[in-house]
Structure formats: structure tokens, C-alpha cells
Design a protein around this ligand. Structure first.
Ligand code: NAG
Length: 192
């Protein structure tokens, strides 16, 4: 029995074709120079980090596509301060590079610590933290990119951002939500 399982496992392993990691074949890493390198991915992560931590229009122009879009219900929660408007959940948060420049450019600098960076062929995955008080906030960002035109400052431009983070604690840090009953020594239910 044991040897049957071992042989079956080996056969299954030998049979398994390489699987696309991200479901769409265009995202499967290829070793033909058409995919980003880890150094490219690091630069994409650095560019986004700097847009949050030390924003400039020049960097936004150099690192984002004109048609850039940013989806983040977490940001929408901060914009709405926990209310149902003015921005609808699920809608695009920044609909173009110019719109991002308007929105992000008017924000104070936000400390941004990189925790992890991974990448596929044309996407970068970034885990990050910001040292707000009294409670720090951790988030995960997917950055979809396109190859930059020849002669550009950076090899890959950020085209779409999907970004979510711990907006509950951020709203506490902003004073929008004031927690009550913090002394209760039990975990709260996930549903009201
Ligand atoms: C950024 O690009 C816009 C056009 O998309 C231009 O109007 C603006 O002057 C540029 N800003 C900088 C700082 O390069």
C-alpha cells in the first residue's frame, strides 16, 4: 500500500504540467526577456512607495501610465470616513493619472515601510506597513504594469493598482472611530 501511494504520487508529480501561476497565460513568467526582472519589480515597488511617502508630479508622470487606475475600497473608506458616500465602494478610486495626481498630490506624506515584494511577468505584489499611531496599518498592493516605451526613465509603468489595507485601524488613528469597551478580554464576533 505504501509503495503504491509512493508510485502514484511520483506518477502524479511526473505527469503534472507546469501550471500558470496567476491563471492567465500572459502572466506566466517567461525567460525570453519579455518579462520584468526582479530588479525591475523592485524599481516598480520603490516608485509606488515614493508616490506615497514623498509624492511628486514628476515621479507620477515618470512611473504611471496616462490611463492609470487605482482601485481601493480601503482608500474609499477613508474618503467616506466610514459613511456610504461620497464615493461608492467598489468603484474606481482614482480614474486616471491626472486624477491620482490631484488626489495623492494633496495628501500629507505617509510613512511607507516595505515588508515583502514578489513579482510575476508584468505584475508586482507588495506588502507594506505604515507607522501611524496609536495603531500601525498593514496592507497588500497588486501593481499591474506595462512595458515602458524605449528611452523611458523606468522599464515598467504602473497601469492598475489594487490596494487594500487595514482601514479600520486607520480610521481609529484619524479619530473618526473611537473604540469603546477596549477592556473586554474576549475576541469579538466577525458579524454583528
Ligand atoms: C505631468 O504630465 C502632465 C500631462 O499629463 C503635464 O501637464 C504636467 O506638466 C507634468 N508634470 C510634471 C511635473 O512633469
Amino acid at each position: 500500500m505504501r509503495s503504491f501511494i509512493a508510485v502514484a504520487a511520483l506518477a502524479a508529480f511526473a505527469y503534472a504540467a507546469p501550471e500558470p501561476i496567476f491563471g492567465s497565460s500572459k502572466n506566466v513568467a517567461r525567460d525570453d526577456g519579455s518579462c520584468m526582472t526582479s530588479a525591475d519589480a523592485d524599481q516598480v515597488a520603490t516608485n509606488f512607495q515614493n508616490l506615497i511617502a514623498s509624492y511628486s508630479d514628476a515621479l507620477a508622470n515618470a512611473s504611471l501610465t496616462v490611463g492609470f487606475q487605482d482601485y481601493s475600497d480601503s482608500v474609499t473608506s477613508l474618503i467616506d470616513a466610514g459613511c456610504t458616500g461620497p464615493q461608492a465602494l467598489g468603484s474606481v478610486t482614482f480614474s486616471s493619472r491626472a486624477n491620482f495626481e490631484q488626489g495623492q498630490g494633496s495628501q500629507p506624506a505617509i510613512p511607507f515601510e516595505r515588508l515583502n515584494v514578489w513579482n510575476g511577468c508584468d505584475a508586482v505584489f507588495l506588502r507594506w506597513r505604515t507607522a501611524l499611531t496609536p495603531e500601525f496599518v498593514t496592507g497588500i498592493i497588486v501593481l499591474e504594469t506595462t512595458k515602458a516605451p524605449a528611452g523611458s526613465q523606468y522599464n515598467w509603468l504602473i497601469n492598475t493598482v489594487y490596494s487594500e489595507f487595514n482601514s479600520g485601524n486607520w480610521l481609529v488613528d484619524l479619530g473618526t472611530f473611537v473604540p469603546t469597551n477596549c477592556a473586554a478580554n474576549t475576541r469579538r464576533s466577525l458579524r454583528a
